[in-house]
Ligand binder design. Structure first.
Ligand SMILES: C[S@@+](CC[C@H](N)C(=O)[O-])C[C@H]1O[C@@H](n2cnc3c(N)ncnc32)[C@H](O)[C@@H]1O
Length: 268
């Protein structure tokens, strides 16, 4: 791993983060079914589906998609972190799913042929990519009229999560996420990609405080890697205090998460 004057670059830090969290990643995060059923409905009429999940991680969304559309789908699972792909392979095989190909690759240079895919998806990952390069590459590997689905939380949606509201500096530190207008203008700059629709998802969450603390301690969001060690410890302490001040039932901390799904068509 490249180091710069003893300090890791942010990209190296994130690569290191995903390397270490890979064994626990699927269990620490909450998987939303709404976007999967939405995407499955959009593509299920195709006879054969060639799809790719970019920044696939350990495959929790990819597996769900295959379970929804069945064996007529072949999924290319693309991630630049080998450890994530190792766990993905294990996870898929445990679920007796074999119609997939893991590919270790950067999101901007994917070793797939031009005009191959019916569908490209990315969940919770575009803020880690070089956006314009990822869009260009998605357009290249998609067939004409193929669809790109981008599921993400926007910057203002992040601020309304339990972490954004109660974990000190969480929303401020997470400056990699996009606002909707920023995403729209990135798509407008790409000559081939046109936004078809923008869908908002709202998820009602109910978690015990214990689970939230476990998630934070395990850095289930890479945002926590942006804190210094002591700063994180103090912020976690303050988070618990804030929760104690705002909620009576510590077994049922409730809030609403919002996410956005962009549906984009490739018109060459
Ligand atoms: C927040 S995780 C999301 C994983 C998965 N989509 C999910 O929702 O469970 C982001 C993933 O993107 C991968 N990633 C980050 N930068 C990447 C890049 N430039 N090219 C490909 N994958 C990348 C990371 O290794 C990680 O697995």
């Amino acid at each position: 791993m490249e180091k710069h004057s003893g300090k890791m670059s942010i990209l190296d830090k994130m690569h290191d983060h995903f390397l270490h969290i890979a064994p626990r990643y699927g269990k620490l995060r909450t998987t939303d079914i709404g976007p999967i059923t939405f995407i499955a409905n959009k593509i299920r009429d195709l006879q054969h589906i060639q799809a790719a999940d970019i920044g696939c991680g350990t495959g929790r969304y990819g597996l769900k998609l295959i379970e929804h559309v069945g064996e007529k789908c072949h999924l290319f699972c693309v991630d630049n972190n080998m450890e994530m792909l190792t766990h993905l392979r294990k996870y898929f095989l445990e679920h007796h799913v074999t119609n997939f190909t893991p590919i270790r690759s950067d999101s901007h240079k994917i070793p797939l042929q031009t005009d191959l895919l019916d569908c490209v998806m990315s969940f919770n990952a575009i803020h880690h990519f070089s956006l314009s390069n990822f869009l260009r590459e998605s357009s290249r590997i998609l067939k004409n009229n193929g669809k790109l689905f981008v599921y993400t939380r926007l910057r203002d949606q992040n601020a309304k999560t339990i972490w954004g509201m109660h974990f000190p500096s969480f929303a401020k530190k997470e400056n990699r996420l996009y606002e909707l207008e920023e995403l729209k203008s990135a798509f407008e700059k790409d000559p081939n990609l046109n936004i078809n629709s923008v869908k908002l998802f709202e998820h009602h969450r109910v978690f015990p405080l214990e689970r939230l603390v476990e998630q934070a301690k395990n850095h289930h969001y890479s945002t926590f890697r942006l804190y210094k060690k002591n700063e994180f410890k103090e912020a976690l302490h303050k988070f618990v205090q804030n929760i104690l001040n705002h909620y009576d039932d510590l077994d049922k901390i409730t809030w609403k998460d919002q996410n956005t799904l962009l549906v984009i068509e490739n018109n060459q």
